[in-house]
Design a protein around this ligand. Sequence first.
Ligand SMILES: Cc1ncc(COP(=O)(O)O)c(C=O)c1O
Length: 501
Amino acid sequence: MSEPEGLGDVPAPVMRAQLHRMADWVADYREGIERRPIVPRLRPGQVTAGFPSRMPERGIHVSQVLDSLDQLVMPGIVHWGHPRFLGYFGSTSNGPALLGEIAAAALNVSAMTWKTSPAATELETVVLGWMRDLIGLPSGLFGVVYDTASVAVVHALAAARERALGDVRGEGLLGRPTAPVLRVYASDQAHSSLEKAMVLLGLGERNVVRIASDDAFRMDPAALRRVMSADRERGLRPFAVVATVGSTSTASVDDVLEMGGVCHEFDAWLHVDAAYGGAMGALPEGRWVMRGMERADSVVFNPHKWLFVPLDFSALYLRDPVILRDTFARTPEYLEGDASSPGADGQQAIDYMDYGVQLGRRFRALKAWMVLSTFGREGIVSRIREHCRLAASVRVLVEDTEGFELAAPVTMAVVCFRYCATGMSAEDADAVNRRIVERINGSGAAYLTYTTLRQRVCMRIGFGNMQTTEDHVRDVWRLILAEVGRLSSSDTSPPTSATIS
Ligand SMILES: Cc1ncc(COP(=O)(O)O)c(C=O)c1O
């Protein structure tokens, strides 16, 4: 019986030609990215309006689809990879990572059990070990890859909940009238993913207790101890603490060692959010951020924030992976033949599906392996160090320019600062700082963010893109000064388009 016509994939020669075209497209995009305005000038719905409301009835030639990429999609892109995009933590894309993404998409394996893809499973273990050693985490920690730190903290707290109450897996939370209310503690600088995790776990966001941070935006361990004691006296159960190493706004670093001591006193789980700041541990001069990590029950680290592995890749490391495995492992009948294969040395192979809610799992380790291998430890370290140097250069500019002040200590590659001219009220300064960021971002020439620290608005620059250089920093500083000049002369003209010459 012959196959019906029109089935199967795009013909191989056509696909080969389009892959070559795509390779050029990607290389051109990356080479020419600086000439693009970073942010498109669009209203919501404008991208949608370019697309037909129904999918095509008959397929379109793949070359035409690629044309539409330029015509319909690209005008709606914010160019995170632009070297003057200094919002959030920068962008971590690069050549070797792209190669890894293409290969992973072509292979399209699911790293759910060892048998369903031994290489995807074992490379995940290898890469997690390389990263753990690179950033200086304790060697005994077991790692697992998720998409994001937000998902990692759900898993960490699910394990903590299991340890605190026992058999939530089996019994659930409802129908346990005698169970205590579980409370988790973090500084006022910790990431909001913690509240979401508590919502998802049925523990309630009101049971996240935020502890005021000190002048350097670090958790005060003495205050932590006081609040946990008071809660315990009220019959609540302090079950977990989240320490942050590299907070989102300022990259502040909590005292993990001290907090670990407090957790020990209360038999509470210590989760460390090193999503951004973990990368700092790769630098000998940054290794201090790892102090106390041996006390952590779990640590999350996001190579997609500052280790040049593009979105998404988040590593959760655990001291006792068995508790996580006992919380989630479940093998449906149809997977029994593919699960838990004995390893070559007699050990059980790892089935990563057992360490979380996800069954199908992308081969994320491939891109990470390509990045780490291509740049090597030295290459990674020198790029992270360069980002810290660029941040230090911004700090000097802030300190040396009248009217500007640092809003937080610079510990890594994030700088928070504020413009406040002599005689300007704090409220006016808030509006001015917000306006500077909005005007620069609106111009398309650069991208910053603002954040609020101690109720005051300040500008924030974060480095993470390996293409960003000192020249880009100078450009961005010129733009900031130009906006300050314009706002001081009350010029309300709309921001100009990309004006870097
Ligand atoms: C310190 C910290 N933790 C967690 C997160 C959440 O990360 P993700 O986007 O991977 O969920 C962020 C995001 O910026 C962060 O800065």
